[in-house]
Design a protein around this ligand. Structure first.
Ligand SMILES: Cc1cc2nc3c(=O)[nH]c(=O)nc-3n(C[C@H](O)[C@H](O)[C@H](O)COP(=O)(O)OP(=O)(O)OC[C@H]3O[C@@H](n4cnc5c(N)ncnc54)[C@H](O)[C@@H]3O)c2cc1C
Length: 398
């Protein structure tokens, strides 16, 4: 570990790995630090990602693709199942990864491109000079040290502590922090070609429960519920245990994880003097699905490209780094985040009766072209009692 780099990346998840790789390939000196002793473990993820999205960043490899998915099914509280085949389900179908191997592969590629990768090294505070971030104080295998850099990329995930220490407000309202629990289950009867999403206030209040296959009789079975719905006896794990006991009574849980997913709007600003915020730390998780792997890689790569130019020009001020913020907001991803935030805000207001009514309608609709706008129009026709709220949603999305 040197004491000065062009770029310091805090966090070795997909956002940090793509940033480190991109910046190193551009000829910068890069250091990526990860607080855990190993990249990729423990995982906190259901590991699903859309095929096209993944391929934007890396060629799929059987070493870290656990399963290929052909369809998604949404199961309403009354059991009505909406089937979405590959062409209509977008990022809800694709691959279920093995993130322990996938995350390592991404960081491996960053290292191969020339980045220094240092595990068991935790950032404890930014080095601040005249209001600008100039590096990080770290604890490396228990020993305090300082790493200076022209620019620091905060890729430290949901906790987003680094940006907060540097003065950005990264707080997530309780209702928008999904509280998650997941088992890796084996010996269960599943449709191994389908990702299943269970909805309903008794199943997963203001969230959903998922079954993401990882093979013939193995799946990630998990749940996310709104933080405000989590209380003694009704925590995410309680709902999950009830579902598992009912649906997979003979199954065996061979791994158990818990974690939080921010489903709020992105940070109001993701650049500051000497600092860029990427991935979950920037709150760019899809608020509707909770998926964030692709967006983490997208923001990591984009931030590193912008930073590389700034480093070469010798100006890493907020103003110089801002094109990153502007560009991702104007991108397809940025627009999707805004749209899906509005759809999510609508869905969390629905009681089971309305969820059932919508699912019953959607299950019987055959749309030639699948678009959210066409779908809402059709739903209004079939659910006149929900005219006003559906119209408000349509207007918000137009
Ligand atoms: C239960 C659950 C299920 C999910 N399912 C899916 C899914 O199916 N599909 C999907 O696309 N997304 C899913 N997500 C979200 C997805 O996991 C994240 O969006 C993605 O990992 C974000 O990548 P990241 O690099 O921004 O952050 P992370 O992957 O969280 O990486 C951040 C890294 O920073 C390290 N770190 C933190 N603080 C410090 C520090 N101070 N110093 C050094 N290192 C530090 C952490 O140890 C971690 O390795 C899920 C999340 C959860 C919790």
């Amino acid at each position: 570990m040197k004491s000065k780099y062009d770029m310091l990346v805090v966090g070795g998840g997909p956002a940090g790995a793509l940033a480190a790789k991109t910046a190193a390939e551009a000829g910068n000196t890069v250091c990526l630090i990860e607080k855990r002793p190993a990249i990729g473990t423990p995982i906190r993820c259901a590991e699903g990602i859309g095929k096209e999205l993944l391929k934007e960043f890396i060629k799929p490899d059987p070493r870290w693709v656990s399963a290929e998915i052909e369809r998604a099914r949404i199961i309403a509280p009354n059991g009505t199942t909406v089937r979405l085949e590959q062409d209509k389900a977008g990022n809800e179908v694709g691959y279920v990864l093995d993130r322990k191997v996938f995350d390592r592969e991404l960081v491996w590629q960053a290292a191969e491109a020339g980045a220094d990768v240092i595990v068991k090294t935790r950032a404890t505070a930014p080095i601040m000079e005249n209001g600008a971030v100039r590096g990080a104080k770290v604890l490396s295998v228990g020993t305090p040290a300082e790493i200076r850099a022209d620019v620091v990329l905060a890729a430290d995930g949901t906790e987003a502590q680094f940006a907060r220490w540097a003065g950005l407000d990264t707080t997530v309202p309780l209702r928008e922090m999904m509280s998650c629990a997941q088992y890796l289950m084996t010996d269960i009867d599943i449709d191994s070609g389908s990702t299943d999403f269970y909805l309903g206030n008794d199943v997963a209040p203001e969230g959903y429960l998922w079954v993401f296959p990882k093979g013939e009789r193995t799946a990630n079975v998990g749940i996310g519920i709104s933080g405000r719905k989590s209380r003694d006896g009704s925590r995410a794990k309680d709902y999950l245990d009830r579902f598992v006991a009912k649906n997979f009574p003979g199954g065996k849980a061979i791994e158990c994880i818990a974690g939080g997913v921010p489903v709020c709007r992105p940070l109001p600003c993701t650049a500051a003097d000497g600092l860029m915020v990427i991935g979950d730390a920037a709150r760019v998780v899809d608020p509707l699905t909770g998926g964030g792997i692709g967006n983490a890689m997208f923001t990591g790569r984009l931030a590193a490209r912008v930073a590389s130019e700034c480093i070469s020009k010798g100006d890493c001020s907020k103003e110089a780094l801002m094109p990153y913020d502007v560009e991702w907001r104007a991108s397809r991803m940025g627009k999707f985040l805004e749209r899906n935030y509005k759809v999510k805000e609508y869905f969390v207001t629905l009681d089971d009766k309305k969820l059932n009514a919508l699912a019953d309608s959607i299950a019987s609709i055959s749309l030639k072209e699948f678009s959210v706008s066409a779908l809402i129009k059709e739903l209004i026709k079939r659910n006149p009692m929900m005219l006003f709220e559906l119209k408000a949603l349509k207007d918000a999305l137009d």
